[in-house]
Design a protein around this ligand. Sequence first.
Ligand code: BGC
Ligand code: NOJ
Length: 814
Amino acid sequence: MKFGYFDDLNREYVITRPDTPLPWINYLGCQAYFGLISNTAGGYSFYRDARLRRLTRYRYNSVPLDCGGRYVYLRDDESKQFWSPSWQPTRNELEDYTCRHGMGYTVIGSSFKGIEAHTRYFVPLDENLEIWQLTVTNKRTTRATLSAFGSIEFCLWDAQDDATNFQRNFSIGEVEIEDGVIYHKTEYRERRNHFAFFACSRPGAGFDTQREAFLGPNRGWDKPATVEAGQLTDSVAHGWSPIGAHQIRLDLAPGETQQIVFVLGYQENPREQKFDPPGSQTIDKRLVKPVIARYLDGKAADGAFERLRQYWDSLLGIFQVDTPDIHTNRMVNIWNAYQCMATFNLSRSASFFESGIGRGLGFRDSNQDLLGFVHMAPERARERILDLAATQLASGGAYHQYQPLTKRGNNDIGGGFNDDPLWLIVGVSAYLKETGDWSLLDELVPYDNEPGSEAPLYDHLLRSFSYTLERLGPHGLPLIGRADWNDCLNLNCFSSTPGQSFQTTTNKDGEVAESVFIGALFVHAGHELAEIAKRRGLAAEAASYLDKVATMELAVLEHGWDGDWFLRAYDDFGDKVGSRECKEGKIFIESNGFCVLAGIGLEDGKAAKALAATREHLATPHGIVLHQPAYSKYYLNLGEISSYPPGYKENASIFCHVNPWVMIAETRLGHGDEAHDYYSRINPSAREGISDVHRCEPYVYAQMIAGRDAPTFGEAKNSWLTGTAAWNYYAIVQWILGVRTTYEGLEIAPVIPASWPGFTATRTFRGVVYEISIERKGVGNKIALTVDGRPIEGNVVSPPEDGRKRVSIMGILS
Ligand code: BGC
Ligand code: NOJ
């Protein structure tokens, strides 16, 4: 069952009924000011940091689920009926409801009793504000006299404090109203130098800033007393809950259309220029007024919208493909790339499953995210890498996360995850391959942001590498520490205290439990490091890294092999995890996928066996589950993984982040059919037809799909902010389509389904546009390339020496 359709030409998903199984959301903003918006206008906004600079309030896990948003109301001032064109919060029976989620914007609208209304929400580039363009058309044969209301509820900045510290917060709310603009200035009097504003393009018939005055006693957003009565009360908030609400009267002739623009934004003043006049408590508005004035003009708003479109056109234009599979095309060309930008911007902080108060930017996560967006925003990738590396510890270890506002690492969600540092090498190598910008490695970057500790970024990579080598266990495999990629495989935790965090508790010395997965990651990252060293003219160093890699590979093959597949780990007792000897959790996806991805066992048949076992034991129609059998009870020695009911999250769900490791692994064995088959099982667009089962948005990946052990097998959760975005993009583009970045140039190595006659693609790479056309003449993966009509040796196309900016590549697969 579907709840909408893809409009690929406009790069939109069009939702045609408001009662989607869950709120289906989109993101506004792509630089510093961000918003989340659901298909019924729910959501909130923040500046840079979803916890520390939250502009508007949102109530997670509310009833109904999606509560608080950018709510517009219309009222027929003759019949006195009122409604919301976005369905929420009034939930009237609407006609022609549609929500178009597009690239950085959302348009929601409907018709009600002959009044057609839609609102376009977006954040202009380079501004810290959002625009709502409300367009109202009278489709009746008679005049319509209406009131339009725009409303938001302010958050008192720190979203965590806002939701808990009521003894203070109910007394501190402050606003100003000047020239019809509502300014939210809670805590501005003392330590803050920022405020929010909510403005409207038309002279208002009234405003409200005190929530209870707007809603009336004991009412919700579904039935504000003032909207019902048709008159706002000009209330001024003192304490309690400041809101912003504007009322505008509209008089529409039959067929007439009018537009109202609302602008909600964030502004900082220089500390010494906070008040006007100085010494008063009134906000100095000289900086903000021109900004507000600019965007209240509908034409300026249209212009800003056009620039936003061009921005996305140019980002997405960097790689476009035309294959025989529509789901591949639309995910690669539009939605997966778009999701990669969202995960880059927000890491795992703010979605409808991440509250924006719990998590900053993850070290491991952000490094992996690079794989998916580095081609679209290389300068920002560079900055991200330097920020991440600056939080690295002198030991080579890493904080698990940092706050984007301060750029400082913290241990709030634990530390000592022994895989973390290695991901830096993976991220940096992706950047180097994309850009060829080797100067990155010479950038001086501190450890733990300590002035005086600066060392070239290259040195950080070496410390990441040594960090693993200095922490090997009894089998010569890497000690797991707090956990590895699987945050919930807590082999040193042994927690039996209710409420204790699995992520921050350690009860064992950590000298025994080892991770085969980190072994594989070390091999993968070590190969990259050696390649980097070689290209820096450090041949001897490179050889020594390869030596270490070879030793690790041997340890994995010897102690990490279970007969038919790769083991997952050794626990604190030295017992196997992910072995046929185990009662539950006999086989895991992570080690099997990543060992083969890293090239382990390709020669001696172990890789092929591991993938066959993965297919036999872990593959389901909805994707590949993490392990089997699922843990049916809690195991003290395994930790959080066994705390989840079977089939959910880390306990044997289909974790979409790691499925692409198996896809890439399959391509390494030349299995295009298998790789693309796995790709299709979790491709959200391919699952659109089962939206009633899948339940999350059909246009973006979710972190997980409930596994076969779950009663809700096939149900997705935790959509949007997940490493799934980058890895699936990377797997389909670089390994299945095989348009792969290398240090030397663009490698063309498709491993596509046998039934595909070929595909075409356009890729802008290091300033050159490559027009790629692949034709299948046989069922294999052997490729012969001609570049601008001339056959070349091998399959790596180096940048043209004569400065040509367009190159055509023809590939024949046989
Ligand atoms: C989740 C993991 C997540 C971790 C973050 C756990 O509860 O299951 O997916 O990585 O928390 O700290
Ligand atoms: C989500 C976390 O963000 C990521 O870092 C982790 O690897 C996976 N969960 C698996 O636990």
